[in-house]
Design a protein around this ligand. Structure first.
Ligand SMILES: Nc1ncnc2c1ncn2[C@@H]1O[C@H](COP(=O)(O)OP(=O)(O)O)[C@@H](O)[C@H]1O
Ligand SMILES: [Mg+2]
Length: 265
């Protein structure tokens, strides 16, 4: 059963009195505990899709549904992680993670249990009382992810969450997220423009094309990952060297490159 559904979704923006079609006839689903990555050139409408699932933006055509209900506004069933960490600078790591739980009125004991668990899982032990400015970008983004995961939301929406990190930190975070996702599967809609990241993390990849943003192809990664047993390899470099990984990555690259060439001719 699909948890997130995009059905004939379109979005038209008005700019200086002119209409601009940002998205056209977007159709895809994210199943229960499925990790779906959306890739596409910048400006193709990835963030707009995510904001519509979050209820921060609305389609001008078609419908976005979560659990078969049309999304009209943000809700506690959906947690969002943005590229910019958006932590509360005046709150400690613990209090940042605690904030959402408090607003959901989770009781004290349960909050403590869940925060301790996610802190251990995300490797944030020892930093509970630190403030965001005392942490590196990678650690801050761990806190942002912990803050979303701790709510145990039905759906996680992530918009280029590793986009602002340096290359090494990014790799570590990708490995962490894979560990977390396999141990504790969630329904995830993950936006990225990094092809390797999508192939490494996702069960399926939605490849978008631009002008107006539409779906080029939807690729099944999970079957390949399971058949070729990628999870037997603990580090991302080893997975990325596997012929089955290279094959998928090349396929996605070609789809994206076609659009670049299409623009030039
Ligand atoms: N609120 C808005 N008003 C006008 N145009 C917008 C608005 N939000 C996004 N757009 C335009 O829609 C297109 C898709 O944007 P976006 O979803 O941010 O793309 P992506 O995340 O794939 O880079 C871009 O051309 C952008 O300028
Ligand atoms: Mg974007």
């Amino acid at each position: 059963m699909a948890v997130i559904q995009f059905q004939h979704v379109g979005r038209v923006f008005r700019q200086n009195g002119k209409e601009f079609v940002a998205l056209k006839d977007i159709n895809f689903e994210v199943g229960d505990r499925e990790f779906v990555a959306v890739v596409g050139p910048s400006g193709c409408g990835k963030t707009t899709c995510m904001r519509m699932a979050a209820g921060l933006e609305h389609p001008t055509d078609g419908e976005v549904k979560v659990d078969s209900e049309i999304v009209t506004q943000p809700g506690p069933d959906r947690a969002v992680v943005f590229q910019q960490f958006a932590l509360f600078p005046w709150k400690t790591v613990w209090d940042n993670i605690d904030f959402g739980l408090r607003s959901l009125r989770v009781d004290t004991e349960e909050r403590k249990r869940r925060i301790e668990q996610i802190i251990a899982l995300m490797g944030l032990g020892g930093y509970e009382q630190a403030f965001p400015h005392q942490l590196s970008g990678g650690m801050q983004q761990r806190v942002a992810i912990a803050r979303a995961y701790v709510l145990d939301p039905k759906v996680l929406l992530m918009d280029e969450p590793f986009g602002a990190l340096d290359a090494q930190t990014r790799v570590v975070m990708q490995e962490e997220l894979v560990r977390l996702a396999r141990k504790n599967p969630r329904t995830v809609l993950f936006i990225t423009h990094a092809v390797e990241e999508a192939v490494y993390l996702a069960d399926r990849i939605v490849v978008m094309s631009r002008r107006p943003g539409s779906i080029r192809e939807i690729i099944d990664v999970k079957t390949v990952r399971e058949t070729e047993n990628w999870d037997a390899h603990t580090c991302i470099e080893d997975v990325m060297d596997l012929p089955s990984f290279v094959h998928l990555r090349t396929h996605v690259w070609k789809l994206l490159r076609e659009q670049q060439l299409g623009d030039e001719h």
